[in-house]
Write a protein that binds this ligand. Structure first.
Ligand code: DGL
Length: 265
């Protein structure tokens, strides 16, 4: 048993969708969440920059005595997971592998779409991991950078997100994919719009939900489950607390017990 918190981090607020999945499936686990709101977005930054940020935040979470770290950010998981796993001596789980394992269970025709940031799609992290599992699997990636600001504006339904999704999915729709991985923290909030545009026959895979399942099995294997009577969810942000506080409720149902400003660098 280990009652220390799970550390979770993201480039900003979007990783709270992963916190939501973790909080729902593990009601006794405390969570420390870092949102690097001062430096978001990561999705259009270089690999070197993303690795530097990931090392800084991981180091900070380890200093807060976390027992395990979840990289909620797809961009960091794509470009920096290996780096931090090699550098730090603590279990670190990213969102790519869990998303891939969930997708291969769902697809029937081995044609999978991946939606993500420019950096995630350019890295082909999902494609590489999917082909490792099923050689020859058809993978169609599409960067949807406008989805992040749309979600942060709260424009998740209606003609504006639908028209943007229509434009993004033009090429995808022709490729007969039956499964789409939501490979970005924000995209689960656009679930119904994406479904509407792609059609009911396409199954959506939420990497965050898939990651929560993997975290449960790792905690179990390493005997790291908490047996505390209650848990807390604490957030730490590198920019203004106000904006984060206003937006947070859209991303996570569980109450956030505190929000503090930190300087990571
Ligand atoms: N959190 C990022 C991701 O999941 C999206 C926002 C960003 O570009 O930093 O890839």
């Amino acid at each position: 048993m280990d009652n220390r918190p799970i550390g979770v981090f993201d480039s900003g607020i979007g990783g709270l969708t992963v916190v939501d999945a973790l909080a729902k499936s593990m009601p006794l686990e405390s969570i420390l969440y870092v949102g690097d709101t001062a430096r978001v977005p990561y999705g259009n930054k270089s690999k070197e920059r993303i690795q530097q940020y990931a090392c800084e935040i991981t180091d900070w979470l380890i200093k807060q005595d976390c027992k395990l770290i979840v990289v909620a950010c797809n961009t960091v998981s794509s470009l920096a997971l290996k780096k931090i796993q090699e550098k730090f001596n603590i279990p670190i789980i990213g969102v790519i592998h869990p998303g891939v394992m969930a997708a291969i269970k769902v697809t029937k025709n081995n044609r999978v779409g991946v939606l993500g940031t420019i950096a995630t799609i350019k890295s082909d992290s999902y494609g590489i991991a999917l082909r490792e599992q099923i050689p020859g699997i058809e993978v169609v990636g599409r960067a949807c950078p406008l989805f992040v600001p749309l979600v942060e504006e709260g424009w998740v339904n209606g003609p504006i997100p639908e028209n943007i999704a229509l434009a993004y999915f033009d090429s995808i729709k022709e490729s007969r994919i039956d499964t789409v991985i939501l490979g970005c923290t924000h995209y689960p909030l656009l679930n119904s719009t994406i479904k509407k545009v792609l059609g009911e026959t396409v199954s959506l895979v939420d990497s965050g939900v898939a990651t929560a399942d993997i975290v449960i099995s790792v905690l179990n294997d390493l005997k790291l489950f908490s047996n505390a009577k209650s848990r807390s969810i604490k957030s730490f942000v590198t920019d203004s607390i106000d904006v984060f506080e206003t937006l947070a409720k859209r991303f996570v149902d569980a109450p956030i017990n505190s929000i503090e400003h930190i300087d990571i660098t």
